[in-house]
Design a protein around this ligand. Structure first.
Ligand code: ATP
Ligand code: MG
Length: 392
């Protein structure tokens, strides 16, 4: 029945030049999202609106699901397109539409006609009144309510005539690509994919970095992170995933530093390396899945200690979330099942029984001095040998 969708998007704050950038980014993201859906789709801007149209066959649910992952979309309206074959024919199409979309036939409604093509013989006021009358005749239990109708039946006279009334909610947010790029520290856990999703929702393009420690972490653990990146990319668009071999650095820290400081020092090196790659690739910030107090390495003092090595801003969108709230988002975005697969994470292997929970930066820095001899070379090597994967 439907061959088109009208895409509704939030307009607040997108006046002037920003509006074009916003719309163009949205069109691009919609095209990308539909690439994986079977069918041919034409996505176009027309008079401040965005339409998705297809002449051929497609799976309605699949298209809606894909569009519901495109940030910036506030509503998705399935549109019935009919040829202009006179007013009687149009009335009939409208009545058929109402019968199919509202089979119970018992609602208040108003007609909201719009003449984008001015040579149509009736103006919009006449269309509203005349179509309304035909609907009332056809459905005895429908009534008109122009102020608070349950159904607003839109009829737009264009080359063809567009009929729509339902609005399926979109994800909101801003189109990815309208707010720069940031580097997500993506582990195999529950939190970091959620963090990436949340920042992408604000229009930020995402790259990611994963630290692995073969042979202490397996190929399967890495694959899990690739899988997670792919799930996040359904929302964020393609992700460049940098896989950094962290084994030598981890062993070296293990060898030289007090074991209760291991996690903090390791995390500081992760941040340093992530920031280096971020700066080289044009990212404007880092993203982590940290949440205050969740584990020893996420107390306020620990966060201060890891933050201290960065000059880029570090975005921690789940900082104030309880675990369950993070889990709820991960369930919604479908990363949860993958995140809970039981593969070892490079942090868990070397963790001390009693890690410091209130690291003192001066003390940590003194411990890091013990790494002086080889650490710069190791960091350089880790960066130089990082593997770059394109994930979508
Ligand atoms: P997550 O569920 O995201 O793994 P977590 O609760 O396991 O988080 P930590 O292991 O302390 O928490 O990690 C905190 C954050 O540091 C993660 O959210 C992630 O952003 C980053 N991080 C941790 N381990 C790695 C890793 N191996 N590679 C990349 N980033 C990592
Ligand atoms: Mg983790």
């Amino acid at each position: 029945m439907f061959h088109a969708f009208l895409i509704k998007y939030g307009e607040i704050g997108i006046k002037g030049k920003n509006r074009y950038l916003f719309e163009d980014a949205l069109v691009k993201q919609i095209r990308h999202a539909l690439k994986k859906v079977e069918g041919e789709f034409n996505v176009r801007k027309e008079q401040g609106r965005i339409f998705v149209e297809s002449e051929g066959l497609f799976d309605f649910e699949e298209v809606v699901e894909a569009l519901q992952r495109v940030f910036g979309i506030v509503g998705i309206c399935p549109v019935l397109k009919v040829n202009d074959e006179g007013f009687d024919q149009l009335s009939q199409e409208v009545i058929d539409y109402m019968a199919r979309v509202y089979p119970d036939g018992e609602h208040t409604f108003k007609v909201n006609a719009r003449r984008a093509r001015k040579n149509y013989p009736k103006n919009s006021m006449e269309l509203n009144a005349d179509l309304g009358e035909r609907i009332l005749e056809a459905f005895p239990n429908m009534s008109v309510d122009v102020h608070h109708p349950e159904i607003t039946l839109n009829v737009e006279i264009r080359e063809k005539i567009y009929i729509y009334s339902k609005i399926i909610p979109g994800p909101g947010g801003m189109p990815v690509g309208t707010n720069g790029k940031a580097m997500l520290l993506l582990s195999g856990g529950i939190d970091s994919p959620v963090a990436g999703y949340m920042i992408a929702k604000r229009g930020v393009k995402i790259d990611a970095v994963y630290f692995h420690a073969p042979p202490y972490t397996s190929e399967r653990a890495k694959q899990k992170v690739v899988d997670l990146a792919r799930l996040v990319s359904k929302y964020s668009g393609p992700i460049v995933l940098h896989v950094v071999n962290f084994t030598d650095i981890q062993l070296y820290i293990y060898d030289k530093c007090p074991h209760d400081e291991l996690t903090i020092i390791m995390r500081r090196y992760m941040m340093r390396i992530a920031e280096h790659i971020a700066k080289e690739t044009g990212c404007l910030g880092l993203i982590t899945g940290e949440s205050i107090g969740q584990v020893a390495s996420q107390t306020m003092q620990s966060l201060v200690a890891t933050n201290e090595v960065c000059t880029l801003p570090v975005f921690r969108p789940v900082i104030g979330f309880d675990k369950q709230e993070i889990v709820d988002v991960s369930l919604k975005i479908d990363t949860y099942e993958t995140s809970i697969q039981p593969y070892e994470d490079c942090c868990t292997i070397f963790v001390a029984k009693h890690p410091v929970t209130k690291p003192n930066i001066k003390v940590i820095k003194r411990s890091e001095e013990k790494l002086q001899e080889e650490i710069d070379e190791m960091v350089k090597k880790a960066i130089d040998t990082a593997e770059t994967l394109w994930v979508e």
